[in-house]
Design a protein around this ligand. Structure first.
Ligand SMILES: [Zn+2]
Length: 336
């Protein structure tokens, strides 16, 4: 926007622009409504009906003591005095299978499943992240694409989920687990819902009663302010958010959610940063990373941690990012 455009703005438009900008920055929950549309104050006596933990970007691997880190996180969650009764995992469960061969991929998934089996007694529901997709980089993974569990089939199998995207109901809320990793037509990916999944999502929301608040989980954020802090804008002279970082089809998702005011909360990971954007009645939370900086310590302002979320019967929620106080440790000495 330049000076001429600025002076041509009416005050009304100006307020709208400032309001939108603040909403994107997550600084305000304010929206501009006509006087006759002002809603009554929310009920004061909302009842909490579910506490859940959201663990995203675990990136488990045999190195950097990631197995102990994951164990520490699961113990921290289950040792809380007010213990969650559901764990959602938000993708990038393994360090990487996108460009890894069969053996390396198996090692990582076996590690994850054995830790979960021995350390977790809370029900877990998972979504798929880009690093959980096996072999899309055929060259690096040495795959042909004809392997029975190639691509997302492997993650569906290892995570024991009904499909690459699905929904379920619990405690009066409706949960939608999305798969926002789409092929870029080469050996990479972009963040967006394929059309088949978008149509399913539209139908799933249409058949969900308005009385059921909706929580959406995707690995890549649908909308995020932190996405702006992962680039080199001052060097390039422009703000650019790559299509692999935040859903490139955020506009049509935002428009779909506007038709369904019971969509309250969208959780994501992927950026290893924590933020919250309130936009058009939906809260978008990017929920850090269990592994923070890939088990090497903090990543920017993000510690090793998980989201702790309380859901209420009136569709409201409370969120906090909880650090489990993990200290990164040096690699164990290799035996010669
Ligand atoms: Zn990711």
């Amino acid at each position: 926007m330049d000076q001429t455009q600025y002076t041509e703005l009416t005050r009304r438009k100006f307020v709208g622009v400032v309001g939108s900008a603040l909403a994107v920055l997550g600084l305000t929950k304010t929206s501009i409504v006509r006087a006759d549309k002002v809603r009554p104050a929310p009920r004061k006596q909302a009842r909490r009906i579910l506490r859940l933990a959201h663990m995203t970007d675990i990136h488990v691997q045999p190195e950097r003591w990631a197995d102990k880190g994951l164990t520490a996180c699961l113990r921290h969650i289950q040792d809380l005095k007010d213990r969650p009764s559901l764990i959602l995992t938000g993708g990038d469960t393994v360090m990487d299978s996108f460009g890894q061969d069969e053996q390396r991929t198996s090692t990582q998934w076996n590690l994850y499943r054995s830790i979960l089996k021995s350390e977790c007694s809370v029900p877990v529901r998972s979504c798929i992240g880009n690093h959980d997709v096996w072999g899309w980089n055929r060259k690096d993974s040495k795959t042909t694409g004809d392997e029975p569990l190639w691509g997302k089939k492997r993650a569906v199998h290892e995570l024991n989920i009904p499909d690459r995207f699905y929904s379920f109901d619990q405690a009066g809320w409706h949960f939608i687990m999305l798969d926002a990793t789409s092929s870029d037509g080469r050996d990479g990916y972009v963040a967006r819902l394929d059309d088949e999944q978008f149509d399913w999502l539209s139908r799933d929301l249409a058949r969900t009663p308005v009385s059921s608040p909706v929580l959406v989980v995707s690995h890549e954020p649908i909308l995020s302010a932190a996405a702006f802090f992962d680039g080199d804008n001052e060097e390039s002279g422009d703000w650019k958010v790559p299509a692999a970082w935040m859903c490139i089809d955020a506009r049509r998702l935002k428009d779909l959610f506007k038709d369904h005011p019971n969509v309250k909360l969208c959780l994501s990971g992927h950026l290893h940063l924590v933020d919250r954007v309130d936009y058009c009645g939906v809260s978008y939370i990017c929920d850090g990373a269990v592994c923070a900086g890939w088990w090497k310590g903090d990543y920017q302002e993000c510690d090793e941690g998980y989201g702790l979320i309380d859901l209420y019967d009136d569709g409201s929620f409370a969120h906090q990012y909880v650090s489990f106080d993990w200290t990164p440790m040096p690699e164990p000495e290799k035996k010669t």
